[in-house]
Design a protein around this ligand. Structure first.
Ligand code: GLU
Length: 289
């Protein structure tokens, strides 16, 4: 894996915990030994939940871990026009449609239909707005009805006309490795832009990885399913597919994934309790170089 560019892409919605430390160290180690580049990207599209103080804390914690990264750091909230440009391209291709459903309506629709399909990440969008005609869509947008934008996965696949794949260089959650065919239809018509956030995680991350020249995406198993969607987006937007390197998640003693709301494993708390960086590396089963 010589000379790869990778990134650690946290959201500043809380303090980093041991799981983030593992992800950041794993990413840096995956490229730095071979003369690659390690980037940090701040994923702060959710303006209501992200806070500047958490971003400052992220930098402090990463420095404490002994990591260094390229500057300047890309902050997603400063690049909404890039994501909007991508959304416009998808609309022009005819594979993005406005969705006027509220979360509550989607949930009600889902529970009312017996045997409604469940995807790897929860209930699939029941397709209420998929077949609205163009006239009603335009009319509702013109009258100011709040709407998100969704990917019409079936249309997208028809445009592409072949099965896409990605190259897994790490290990998927079920031991997947090597060439993996993507199955975006398993995930339903996913959101591209929300009513209150102009770009979804999927859209922003795909655009950014390409703009930043990321050649190998390193991230946790929780985001393995998203790769199917990102591959679809890359193909539609004409972006180069990076290699993927998914890694294990750090769990607590009960086998549960660490969460930002649980402060007990936050790096600043561990630091305040006198834990050393060497001990953090040991706890994570990593070598401090
Ligand atoms: N921002 C995502 C997170 O906090 C990571 C995105 C990625 O690595 O693709 O989990």
């Amino acid at each position: 894996m010589s000379g790869h560019i990778t990134r650690f892409a946290p959201s500043p919605t809380g303090y980093l915990h041991l799981g983030h430390a593992y992800a950041a160290i794993y990413a840096a180690a995956a490229v730095l030994d071979t003369g690659g580049k390690f980037l940090v990207r701040i994923e702060d599209t959710d303006l209501a939940r992200c806070r500047a103080e958490f971003e400052v804390a992220i930098e402090e914690d990463l420095k404490w871990l002994g990591l260094t990264w390229e500057r300047p750091v890309r902050r997603q909230s400063e690049h909404f026009s890039d994501y909007n440009g991508a959304l416009e391209r998808l609309k022009a291709l005819g594979c993005a449609y406005p969705c006027f459903c509220s979360r509550k309506e989607i949930e009600a629709e889902f529970s009312a239909s017996v045997g409604a399909p469940q995807g790897p990440e929860g209930p699939l969008y029941p397709g209420t707005c998929t077949s609205l005609d163009d006239g009603s869509r335009r009319e509702r947008i013109a009258r100011g009805d709040a709407h998100a934008w969704r990917m019409d996965v079936a249309k997208a696949q028809a445009i592409i006309g072949r099965t896409l794949s990605f190259e897994e260089r790490g290990l998927g959650p079920n031991g997947e490795r090597g060439r993996i065919d993507v199955r975006p239809e398993t995930y339903g018509d996913f959101v591209l832009a929300r009513k209150d956030t102009p770009a979804s995680y999927h859209l922003a991350v795909t655009v950014d990885d390409a703009i930043q020249g990321v050649t190998m995406v390193t991230r946790g198993h929780d985001l393995f399913p998203s790769t199917h969607l990102h591959r679809l987006l890359q193909e539609l937007l004409g972006l180069p597919p990076p290699l993927y390197n998914h890694h294990r998640l750090v769990r607590d003693e009960f086998g549960k994934r660490l969460a930002k709301r649980d402060q007990s494993t936050s790096l600043r708390q561990l630091r305040a309790q006198g834990m050393s960086v060497v001990q953090v590396y040991e706890m994570l089963g990593l070598t401090n170089r």
